[in-house]
Write a protein that binds this ligand. Structure first.
Ligand code: ADP
Ligand code: ZN
Ligand code: MG
Length: 497
């Protein structure tokens, strides 16, 4: 092995994130423009404030502050009594004011954390800070990606949207951990009701990555070692999977550089999702480039007193634990049933009427499976109709098999109610007399199968069950048919001798 190869083996991946999430509010952060811009023409949700026209004054959106406090509480962060806004100055076509209102040395949240589980191992990722800021407008590049476009158009509908930037410590040691963190963060934000993962661009990640020598990591990663490591900042990441792929690419690229004896440049790189590569954009800006200064148009924000009144719901981990204990669910079921707050609420409401394990099987295994298959979410399910379906099964009016394979599927595919489907497909359970008649008929008409059964052949009984099911149009319960067949065959057993 060469000396260089030996050297690269001693390198550990170090990653820290800056995650921008869009907070769900009705209006923008500093003006009354609506945030519901999807599908509307460019530049139709703008006003003097978010266009940065001279003399227009920002007014802070209370709902955004509440959302930020909720995020802070969920991350177990310190929320200081007083926080301030700053101007971050830079010139870029999507920034009409030529500065962004953000927070600098007095952010609304400090020192939080989020626990993740990766390959059954628990890891705590420290959050250094989380602050409020306005989104810039957006650019539309025509004729190719950012580095090859013919021209670019500006849309200020996004200018002024409320963002929270969450900055982690460089605590990640693999791209997989980053993916797990982003999934967990989204889950928590969804529970808080402050985030919509389906909204285009609602999650944007800048990932800082460097390779640091192992001995330094083991000896406790020092500020000096971190600062000394040349790192790249990868921008334009917009999904969990994208983050994992971009960082895996960067790990390989940086390792290759070190193996060839080259230095990794300290720079900003752009993740090109379609090509699956990162490309160099520019040398990394430094803080002093931004000329931060206090935003004189906004007074300091005091959340003391108020912040205590802002409540947050039970968070996913706690709810998972409680569901296991309260309803005796398996870890797997509890995980499925708490994947979103909406699913968890849906399930728990059903337990008012049905046995917890019955409801759990129906929601976790059947309903979520059918939804997943159709690329739908719970939003597509009518609660009343689903409850009625479970009543039909619980009252044994239809078989479980028909309920799932015919009724539920038809409900989802055609939007019919359960009773309509049962009626149309003639699925009402066959009464006992009818089953008994079909059982007798199956025995009389299949003497060979009966003989095989008596000779101890297992398949023969299944064959007879199949005959009865066919005769009853699938509406008999297979378990009941099985029992009745055995009883009837035993009763008809020829006497010995
Ligand atoms: P900057 O001043 O360049 O913005 P910060 O100290 O504010 O640097 O950190 C920005 C991000 O970079 C944070 O998410 C942090 O975790 C991450 N980071 C810091 N040092 C490293 C490193 N050596 N390798 C990877 N990420 C790092
Ligand atoms: Zn506006
Ligand atoms: Mg920074």
């Amino acid at each position: 092995m060469t000396a260089q190869a030996t050297q690269t083996r001693d390198l550990t991946v170090v990653i820290g994130l800056e995650v921008h999430v869009q907070l769900e509010t009705d209006t923008k952060l500093f003006c009354g423009c609506s945030t519901a811009t999807a599908g509307d023409d460019p530049n139709t949700h703008t006003c003097p404030v978010c266009l940065g026209l001279p003399g227009a004054l920002p007014v802070l959106n209370e709902a955004a502050v509440e959302a930020a406090v909720k995020v802070g509480k969920a991350l177990g962060a310190d929320i200081p009594e007083e926080t301030r806004f700053h101007r971050k100055n830079y010139y870029y076509p999507d920034l009409p004011k030529n500065f962004q209102i953000t927070q600098y040395d007095e952010p609304i949240c400090r020192d939080g954390e989020l626990e993740i589980t990766v390959e059954d191992e628990r890891r705590v990722i420290d959050v250094e800070r989380a602050h409020l800021e306005e989104d810039p407008g957006s650019l539309k590049h025509e004729g190719g990606a950012i580095d090859r476009a013919e021209y670019t158009m500006i849309d200020d509908n996004r200018a002024g949207m409320p963002l929270m930037e969450i900055v982690t410590e460089p605590d990640f040691r693999s791209p997989g951990e980053v993916r797990a963190f982003l999934a967990k963060l989204e889950e928590v934000l969804e529970y808080l009701g402050v985030f919509d993962a389906e909204r285009d661009g609602s999650l944007r990640v800048d990932a800082n990555i460097s390779l640091v020598s192992d001995p330094e990591i083991k000896g406790g990663l020092t500020e000096e070692a971190l600062a000394a490591a040349n790192r790249t900042e990868v921008k334009n990441i917009s999904s969990h999977k994208g983050a994992e792929r971009a960082l895996a690419y960067e790990v390989t690229r940086q390792r290759n550089a070190v193996e060839r004896g080259r230095e990794v440049d300290q720079e900003t790189r752009h993740w090109d999702e379609s090509r699956g590569v990162t490309v160099s954009m520019r040398s990394k800006e430094e803080e002093k480039d931004y000329r931060y200064f206090r935003e004189a148009d906004l007074p300091p924000l005091r959340v003391s007193g108020w912040k205590e009144e802002i409540a947050i719901p039970e968070l996913p981990d706690a709810r998972r634990e409680r569901l296991r204990e309260e309803y005796g669910l398996s870890a797997e079921e509890a995980a499925k049933l708490t994947s979103t707050k909406r699913v968890a609420d849906f399930y728990e409401e059903l337990t008012d009427e049905f046995a917890p394990d019955f409801a759990a099987t129906w929601v976790a295994d059947r309903l979520l499976g059918e939804l997943h298959y159709r690329d739908l979410t719970l939003a597509a399910v009518d609660r009343g109709a689903f409850t009625r379906l479970l009543e039909l099964v619980d009252d044994e009016e239809i078989t479980v098999k028909n309920a799932e394979e015919v009724v539920l599927r038809t409900m989802l595919d055609e939007g019919l109610g359960p009773d309509e489907v049962v009626e149309r497909e003639g699925l009402g359970k066959t009464d006992d007399d009818e089953v008994a008649a079909a059982v007798a008929e199956a025995i009389e008409e299949n003497p060979e199968a009966v003989e095989d059964y008596r000779a101890g052949e297992d398949g023969a009984l299944n064959y007879l069950v199949g005959q009865v099911m066919q005769a009853t149009g699938g509406s008999a319960d297979p378990g009941t048919v099985n029992e009745k067949l055995r009883a009837e065959l035993a009763a008809r057993e020829p006497a010995d001798g």
